[in-house]
Design a protein around this ligand. Structure first.
Ligand code: ZN
Length: 393
């Protein structure tokens, strides 16, 4: 029996922001929510206890990586991901499709599914809408996603349409086998349509009409200019059913979280906060700082004044700076904890402002103060995508 439910606690009258509550078998999730990403069933360098203490309500794990190593069957033998990784809160797994397409491992795309070679040992594998449901049932997450096609940026209108239509047929196939597996898992539908507003709207209406209890918006933040991503969401959100939670897949810088909520999104996941932390990039309300910069070398106060994370409560910026410069193991943990807590606190501040009826002021104040990282980073991302695609031939 499904234990999944979603209710809306408050809506902002002058934007599309809403605060909601999701119930799952492993706990309650208050939205808007940021979901730290544990690619290999581990949020890099942070323990489940530390995630809990930072306020994480749900984490994401990657099916692609886990099916190849250690294998979904082995994880099932250990009672699923919750037991295997010692995290008793809600978990969401993606379908593996994004990695197959974005990392350049795809060998053949057909009506049947996506054939690819493992990046670990070159062994051949095939993802189909049906076997993805089986693999995800073995992993045992609370929320699971169906196989979809993430079209690259840019895509021709014709290939964008073909990818969307195949994604829709795969969504139906996933739904038709889902009931053979664990009923306590909740399958979200994925909206695609690349960068064509009409296709996005069509996909939102179609996927929204199928019996998925929640929806993920896929295929964004793949190197397109941010303005284009927000324009697409502006045309998509009005087509989404109000009563289902909306997950913006793979999006999650601080400014993205604030903008995404304003445009009607409830759930966010991204490796960015932990990845940039490992490279010395730590979030503050004024933007991302490089903790390795010499201006922190003798700073007695914390990385950010007023931050309630474990790192800032216990260590000076000078010490964190020293650890980062010396590439000490402890730095990776302390830096990751700060950025995760920053994202989680930001999400709960956004939620509180929606409930208090002050979200527009919160959004405008945050965005006026926060200096985002330049588009250069996004261009680099796009180049990586192009390189991945060119290796397909
Ligand atoms: Zn902190």
């Amino acid at each position: 029996m499904s234990t999944f439910s979603f209710s809306i606690d408050a809506e902002c009258p002058s934007s599309w922001a809403r605060a909601g509550t999701i119930q799952t078998l492993h706990g309650t999730i208050q939205t808007p929510v940021f979901m730290p990403v544990g690619t290999q069933a581990s949020v890099k360098s942070v323990s489940p206890e530390e995630l809990r203490e930072a306020g994480a309500q749900i984490i994401l794990a990657n099916t692609y990586h886990l099916m190849l190593r250690p294998g979904s069957r082995l994880i099932a033998e250990f009672g699923g991901l919750h037991n295997f990784m010692h995290w008793d809160g809600p978990i969401l797994t993606d379908s593996g499709g994004f990695q197959v397409f974005s990392l350049g491992h795809l060998r053949k795309l057909s009506e049947e599914g996506a054939a690819f070679k493992s990046h670990l040992d070159g062994s051949p594998h095939m993802l189909t809408p049906e076997n993805v449901m089986q693999i995800e049932s073995e992993l045992g997450a609370d929320i699971i996603l169906p196989l979809d096609i993430c079209a690259p940026y840019p895509s021709s209108p014709q290939s964008a349409r073909e990818a969307m239509e195949l994604t829709h047929r795969w969504a139906e196939r996933a739904l038709s086998v889902k009931e053979q597996y664990r009923s306590e898992q909740t399958l979200f539908g994925i909206v695609q349509g690349a960068f064509e507003p009409e296709l996005r709207q069509q996909s939102a209406r179609y996927i929204g009409s199928l019996p998925f209890p929640g929806l993920s918006i896929g295929g964004l933040s793949v190197g397109e200019p941010k303005a284009e991503m927000w324009d697409l969401l502006r045309s998509v959100t009005p087509e989404l059913p109000r009563g289902k939670p909306r997950h913006l897949l793979g999006v999650g810088s601080p400014e993205d979280l604030v903008m995404g909520v304003s445009l009607g999104m409830d759930m966010f996941d991204c490796v960015l906060p932990t990845r940039v932390a490992r490279h010395g990039g730590l979030f503050t309300h004024y933007g991302r700082v490089n903790i390795k910069a010499s201006r922190f070398s003798a700073q007695h106060g914390p990385v950010e004044e007023g931050c309630d994370c474990y790192t800032c409560r216990n260590y000076s910026a000078a010490y964190v700076h020293h650890l980062a410069r010396a590439e000490e193991q402890l730095y990776y943990r302390l830096g990751s904890i700060h950025n995760i807590r920053f994202m989680l606190r930001l999400a709960s501040e956004i939620r509180a402002s929606i409930i208090a009826g002050t979200f527009p002021e919160f959004r405008d104040t945050f965005l006026a103060r926060y200096v985002p990282t330049s588009e250069k980073v996004r261009e680099d991302q796009r180049e990586k995508w192009k390189a991945a695609r060119s290796r397909l031939s």
